[in-house]
Design a protein around this ligand. Structure first.
Ligand SMILES: *Cc1c(COP(=O)(O)O)cnc(C)c1O
Length: 232
């Protein structure tokens, strides 16, 4: 991927985000773009950074560490499966974690986060499609987990994340997104939260649907950086 191509891709994605906001009567400033850079090399990530992309998402700690060292001023988001033995590094190298799905992991991240760094932003991953093999908390259990993690000291409960069912039916996809928004509204109400919660939903093939349903973080890899190696 050349610098020019990445710049053009980013421009196109941002423009599409703006249009989708306009069509659904939303303020485009509410929708943040997370560039998912897993399996991409540092050069292409630097290209994106140079044209103003500041937020990057990574799924694997080992792979992310070197990139974070090279671009320490960017905001780094962990979006992959969290292994217990890696929580300390995840808690301190990243600014956001979108994939928390247990109280135990949230507690470890809070305990291991260096308080000098400020609070780590945490999102709960929700299994809105209720597929048994999928990570994420069952929709009925989100409130109870949110309540427990919102009192932890070094993390800030910032919202919910979901990966919808793989489906070519837009209705099925949209209903996962809508479900996430409804859960977040109930939680905000029941926990009397002042700030509205973030909704991390929408990837290259469904981000426009996600914006219509209220997404505030779209996580885009392929549309910015092109296809990844198959094994990742
Ligand atoms: C890889 C990944 C993405 C980006 O997917 P694309 O289809 O390439 O946009 C988004 N979210 C998560 C959790 C991912 O693992």
């Amino acid at each position: 991927m050349t610098f020019d191509l990445i710049e053009a891709n980013l421009k196109r994605v941002r423009e599409n985000v703006r249009k989708a906001c306009e069509e659904s009567g939303r303020n485009p400033n509410e929708v943040n773009l997370l560039a998912v850079s897993k399996s991409q090399n540092i050069e292409v990530i630097e290209s994106a950074y140079k044209v103003g992309q500041n937020n990057f998402g990574e799924n694997y700690l080992q792979e992310a560490k070197e990139k974070i060292d090279r671009l320490p001023l960017a905001d780094w988001h962990f979006i992959g499966a969290i292994q217990s033995k890696k929580t300390k590094e995840i808690a301190n190298k990243f600014n956001w974690v979108h994939s928390v799905d247990s109280e135990r992991l949230a507690k470890r991240l809070s305990e291991q986060r260096d308080p000098k760094k400020g609070k780590l932003n945490i999102l709960i991953q929700v299994n809105t499609s209720k597929e048994p093999q999928k990570r994420g908390v069952h929709p009925d259990e989100v409130y109870s987990l949110a309540k427990k993690i919102s009192v932890l000291s070094n993390i800030s409960f910032a919202g919910l994340m979901t990966i919808p069912a793989q489906s070519h039916n837009e209705y099925v996809t949209s209903s996962c997104f809508r479900n996430l928004r409804q859960i977040s509204e109930q939680i905000s109400y029941r926990l009397c939260l002042e700030k509205s919660l973030h909704l991390s939903m929408g990837m290259s093939n469904d981000y426009l649907l996600a914006i219509k349903e209220g997404s505030t973080w779209v996580r885009i890899g392929t549309m910015i950086f092109g296809p990844r190696d198959k094994h990742l």
